[in-house]
Design a protein around this ligand. Structure first.
Ligand SMILES: *[C@@H]1O[C@H](CO)[C@@H](O)[C@H](O)[C@H]1NC(C)=O
Ligand SMILES: *[C@@H]1O[C@H](CO)[C@@H](O)[C@H](O)[C@H]1NC(C)=O
Ligand SMILES: *[C@@H]1O[C@H](CO)[C@@H](O)[C@H](O)[C@H]1NC(C)=O
Ligand SMILES: *[C@@H]1O[C@H](CO)[C@@H](O)[C@H](O)[C@H]1NC(C)=O
Length: 798
């Protein structure tokens, strides 16, 4: 009857659909549950000690056809139970002593057809038994609000159909397991309010289907792994752990981001302003520093923003704009100055705005005096600066400033290079660079690499985890206490090397990451402001292919606030020098041809950044293959560059007069110095190709001429000269390209050497050719492609 009415009202095409629905409904209504599963349900009722939610169950119950309720639902399909939801009363105590979690799950797994299982607030206690993995069809599991403890069992890694795993509000302990990455369909992972600890596994970053990741109220610590590839991630809740210090690297689809109550102490990266779907951002009660980006107030979707209890600086203007949907803003207890934005007040909606404990000019007692914020802000670090790759700015600014800062520093001999082997420089007899090491420790590089082998595996994990967009954590201020803790009060066992301005130490930070710390003694009394200009420059020396500056720390005289010592903190790169992977055979490890091209590309990118990525550019770096270090992923990083440093004679910097004539000289000099880096690169390339070190400039010249002859000869001749360790594993075309670049870099006349961009382009060409060649040679051996293409059947339940 009902059906007929709908038919008439809706027309034919709709109605046929409806008929189908009704037929299928009636089939499920006549569903009879297998009697074994009936027995299992009754047994479950018994094992759960007859909770009130199951009071309707008895021998007579037609389980498949009872009306579902919010606390109890059984869904059947084909005489089997596919969904079981049992939700007890909130706050139930644990089940009595004679409850056995093991018997309970032994019973439960007799319903292997279960796809959705909810067992919430039932007083379950004990360790979650591994046999839960026998529920192999399981797609959604929610066993929140019980008393389950011990580790999350490893056996769950075979539940590969799992899409939702919710273990909130239990007592699970141990670390977040690495095997989670084998749950490749996982969309929701929620482990809130447990006692999990340890650092987050890097493999989280490979759960590409993840939409919700909720790990709040646990004891996790260390850096958040790179989640940038989780492009579907919408909710990240890490509240109340000890994570940090770097702001996590995330995809830009986030809707909710909660980092509240952790140990984040970096700045907010620019990319947060691109989170166009972000509705809730709560980063309160951390140790964030740096400028508060007012653009957060006007993110297109933002409704909830809290930055309370950090050390954000910056000035607010009354003309700032807010997103009209903004409902809650908490800026309390930061170091903000300026006026309250008008948009905070003028709002049709009930908008909550909190801002006590800043230095805003509100005229009420909720604010500190201006000087409070200024003094506190002095201790606050500098945010990473966006890379300026504009060539034009390099030429204009680079020239005008180089006469000032760098020239001035050179004049008074204040600069030095961080890793420098003086004797090598002399034997090479190259033109003396403008900025040179005043003193150099011969042992620094090799010490670094030999130290690396002693570094514990823990360090490798955390080092890999903290790699962000740039490949390094944000630049920040370090506290003296932190550095003292990292070096065991600058214990001699952490000492690496000595330079004319101070010492280099190896330090291990709280999060486990290892850093190199350069300590500079300041002889003149200057306040921190006098150094900020230089610090700002140093803070820009950050690139994937540089051993990057991570931060600084001032140690000040308590009487007059003058700086006594300045510490500069750098990345510590663990995997030895490029040479140790190319021509030091005793190391018994060698890079493949493909890896060698990649390393060369890395070095060239590093040089390009030094030349054009910062202002003023850094030239004449006297690069050697031993100055190139490899990280745990074999990413090449330049460890030695012309770092203009500071000294007590800083006031002389400004006195240098840059007349028109000296500018011209500078132009020529910069050009020449650019090309001296290109020459050095050529020498590195030569060693990469030959697999043996070259000991003098004369030898380099001889080999270059030999290459020149061979390049036109047949491939057998070329094979005769390349490193025997890579024989037959390279494409001749890519080898030829590399040889050509190498020869051109080593040309005598700096003018005709290629630019670093040109070099880079050719290297990338060589890499492409090599890749294509590898692809060909592999597919002829029969590639495993078909295996990966097997479509995976995805089950969905609604
Ligand atoms: C546990 O003990 C209670 C009485 O204390 C009893 O009623 C119940 O049946 C027992 N449960 C099991 C599973 O043995
Ligand atoms: C787990 O189930 C309970 C009861 O249905 C529900 O309140 C809770 O929100 C669920 N957890 C998640 C994370 O969905
Ligand atoms: C993690 O917690 C367990 C106990 O739950 C403890 O034994 C272990 O030491 C903790 N690990 C760390 C790294 O704190
Ligand atoms: C807001 O005001 C400041 C100073 O009062 C001014 O520099 C800025 O350009 C203004 N911004 C806009 C968008 O009007």
């Amino acid at each position: 009857m009902h059906l007929a009415i709908v038919l008439m009202a809706k027309g034919f095409s709709h109605s046929s659909f409806l008929v189908l629905v009704i037929i299928s409904l009636s089939i499920s209504y006549s569903e009879q549950l297998q009697s074994s599963q009936v027995q299992t349900l009754l047994r479950i009722q018994h094992l759960l000690n007859f909770p009130s939610v199951l009071s309707s169950w008895n021998n007579e119950t037609d389980f498949c056809n009872t009306e579902p309720s919010p606390s109890l639902t059984v869904v059947c399909y084909d005489e089997s139970i596919t969904q079981l939801h049992i939700i007890g009363n909130k706050g139930v105590p644990p089940l009595p002593r004679n409850f056995s979690i093991d018997s309970f799950f032994t019973t439960l797994v007799r319903i292997p057809s279960l796809k959705v299982l909810t067992l919430v607030s039932l007083g379950l206690w004990g360790p979650l038994p591994g046999k839960i993995s026998r529920l192999s069809s399981l797609e959604i599991l929610n066993i929140s609000s019980n008393f389950l403890y011990s580790n999350i069992p490893q056996e769950m890694s075979i539940l590969t159909n799992l899409q939702t795993l919710i273990l909130d509000d239990n007592m699970f302990s141990g670390q977040l397991p690495d095997w989670l990455s084998s749950l490749s369909l996982l969309a929701v992972l929620s482990l809130k309010t447990n006692s999990l600890n340890g650092s987050l596994p890097e493999s989280l970053g490979s759960l590409e289907t993840l939409r919700v990741l909720a790990l709040s109220h646990n004891n996790f610590f260390g850096e958040v792994p790179d989640l940038g590839s989780l492009t579907s991630l919408q909710v990240l809740d890490l509240e109340d752990n000890s994570l940090g210090p770097q702001f996590p690297h995330l995809g830009n689809k986030l809707v909710t981001l909660i980092l509240r109550k952790n140990k984040f102490s970096s700045g907010i990266p620019d990319e947060v302003s691109t989170y166009y779907q972000l509705q809730k951002l709560d980063i309160s009660f951390n140790r964030f520093v740096g400028p508060f980006p007012p653009s957060l107030l006007s993110l297109p979707s933002i409704t909830y923003l809290s930055i309370a209890g950090n050390r954000f600086t910056g000035m607010l203007f009354d003309n700032l704009s807010c997103n009209s949907e903004l409902e809650f803003v908490d800026l309390s207890s930061n170091l903000l100055i300026g006026k309250l934005p008008n948009c905070f007040e003028s709002s049709s909606k009930d908008r909550v705005v909190l801002y006590a404990g800043n230095c805003l000019t509100t005229g009420d007692k909720t604010q500190h005096g201006f000087s409070f914020c200024r003094n506190e802000a002095l201790a606050v670090g500098i945010l990473p600066h966006r890379r300026k790759s504009e060539r034009a700015s390099k030429v204009v600014l680079g020239l005008s400033i180089s006469g000032g800062i760098i020239g001035g520093i050179t004049l008074v001999g204040l600069a030095f290079v961080i890793v420098r082997r003086v004797h090598l420089k002399k034997t090479k007899g190259k033109p003396q660079p403008r900025l040179i090491a005043v003193h150099a420790s011969t042992g620094y590089t090799s010490k670094l690499s030999s130290e690396a082998s002693k570094v514990s595996p823990v360090w490798y994990v955390s080092q890999a985890m903290k790699i962000g967009a740039l490949g390094v954590p944000s630049y920040r201020t370090f506290s003296l206490e932190e550095l003292e803790a990292a070096t065991d009060n600058f214990d001699t066992s952490t000492f690496l090397a000595e330079g004319s301005h101070g010492q280099m130490y190896r330090g291990q930070l709280k999060d486990g990451s290892v850093v190199a710390i350069r300590c500079l003694k300041m002889k003149r009394s200057h306040g921190t402001q006098n150094y900020m200009h230089h610090i700002e420059f140093i803070s820009k020396l950050r690139h994937r292919h540089l051993v990057s500056a991570l931060g600084h720390c001032f140690e000040c005289n308590l009487d007059d606030s003058s700086v006594i010592r300045l510490f500069l903190i750098f990345e510590y790169v663990p995997n030895g020098t490029l040479r140790s992977w190319i021509s030091e055979r005793r190391a018994r490890r060698t890079l493949t041809w493909t890896q060698r091209i990649a390393a060369a590309i890395g070095v060239a990118k590093g040089i390009e950044f030094l030349h054009t990525g910062i202002v003023p550019g850094v030239f004449s770096n006297s690069l050697k293959i031993t100055d190139v270090l490899l990280d745990q992923n074999l990413v090449a990083k330049i460890s030695s560059y012309n770092l203009p440093l500071l000294s007590e004679n800083m006031e002389k910097v400004g006195t240098q007069n840059s007349s028109g004539r000296s500018k011209e000289l500078n132009t020529a000099r910069v050009k020449h110095e650019e090309k001296s880096d290109v020459y050095d690169f050529g020498v590195i390339l030569l060693e990469i190709i030959l697999g043996r070190p070259l000991n003098s400039r004369i030898e380099v010249d001889i080999v270059r001429d030999e290459l020149q002859r061979i390049i036109a000869a047949d491939d057998a001749a070329r094979r005769g000269i390349v490193d025997p360790a890579i024989q037959n594993a390279y494409s001749d075309e890519s080898l030829k390209t590399m040889m050509e670049i190498c020869i051109r870099c080593l040309l005598k006349d700096p003018e005709v050497r290629p630019s670093i961009e040109d070099v880079l382009w050719n290297l990338q060409f060589a890499a492409q050719v090599q890749d294509a060649w590898r692809g060909d040679s592999q597919s002829s051996e029969g590639s495993p492609v078909s295996y990966f293409q097997t479509p995976r059947q995805q089950l969905t339940i609604q």
